[in-house]
Structures are given as C-alpha cells and as structure tokens.
Design a binder for this molecule. Sequence first.
Ligand code: ZN
Ligand code: ZN
Length: 229
Amino acid sequence: MSTCLICTHSADQPRTACARCGDRLRGWLAEIPRQVVLLRASLELGVRPAQGYGGAGRAHAPLPVRADVLTLLGPAAPGPVRDTAGDQDGPAPVHAILHAWADQLADDLGHNLPPINPRAPYAAYLARHLDHVLRASWVALLHAELADVVRRIRAITSTEPRRRHLDAPCPSCACFGLGLTDWQRYVDCSACGRLLTPEEYAEHRAAVMPGLARIGILLAAAQHTREAS
Ligand SMILES: [Zn+2]
Ligand SMILES: [Zn+2]
C-alpha cells in the first residue's frame, strides 16, 4: 500500500492517488468540457444560463461581456507553457491549465502531445491516460488546480453535478450514505468513502433489501398493533 498524495488515505501500489480521488478527477475531466459550453453561453449572452445540467440558473442584468467568464475562457498560450510547479499568479484560463498538464503528461509518456479537438481540449487526453496520472508525483497539484477551476466555473454557471441518493445501506459502515454523482463512475459512501461499481451495488442491494423490507413491515405492523390495543 502507498499513501494517496491528495487525501492521505491508502492507495494501491504503485498509485499515488486512491480510487476515490481518482474517480473525482475522472468526474471533473468529464464535467469541464460540458461546463465550458455553459460558460460560453454565459459570455455571449451576458447572462447566466437559464437552465444548466440539472442546475437552476438566475437571470442577470445584461452586460456586454463578463470579465470573470472571459478570464476562464481566455485562450491557452500558443506554445506549451509549463506551470505545473504551481508558480503562476492569478487565475489561469481553463484551457491553459489543461494544456499545461496535458503537456506534462505527454512528456512523462515520452510522446508529442497529440492534436487536440478544440471542443474537448486536453480534458479527454488527460482522462484517457488517467491510469498514468494516478501514478504521477504531480497528481495532487493537478487535483488542486482542477478543484479550483471547477469551483470557479460552477460559481458562474450555477451548475453542479447531481447526486442521486441510493437506498441500500453501505456494506462497510451500514450508513445510508451511498449515492451516485453525475460523471462519476462509482457509487460512493459519503460516510466512509467506500466505492462500489454500479454492478456491485445492484448485487448488494438485491441481497440486503428484501431482508430490510421485511424488518420494516414487521416494525410497522408492531407499531400498528401497539396503537390499536
Ligand atoms: Zn485520495
Ligand atoms: Zn460507508
């Protein structure tokens, strides 16, 4: 076992990040290109989008251009600007952050950064090589930068991934904390951090829910009998 550089929980060797943090990164990399579409809408209209991906927006006084949106959407530098040491001042545009990390990743992998689809800039490349990212010494720095940029974007688009609560109790801690968040691959427990694939959850639910339902019915019947007597 090794230690997750992001959350300090244990990670499987030779990984430098645990499965939970890895899943969060995967979710952000899927979310960012979708959020960029909403950002562009915010810039062009000078308003918040009325409806996001499951989020409720708010009408805003029209402005010619929103400076905060422009900062986030600003173009990446024409050449690779390596700032993976985290010494840049001020908020960086989304594309510049992704470009710098994609460049670092390509360097690690020993190939040239492939031509990138401008509509899904670099996020898909990073996601495709997530296995390598989760073994890199720089994973915590990438995580911190993506956390920051996702927070800045969500504040503008008023859009957050939805979390669907699942009804079976957690197989590890028995809390009712299991849920599945948009763009995440695993069901996770908000109480103990346990991760399950959707298939594992379905199997677990099928095993425990009939017994729980029976107990629930017995409890309700006992209560009813007590009230009736
Ligand atoms: Zn972790
Ligand atoms: Zn749990």
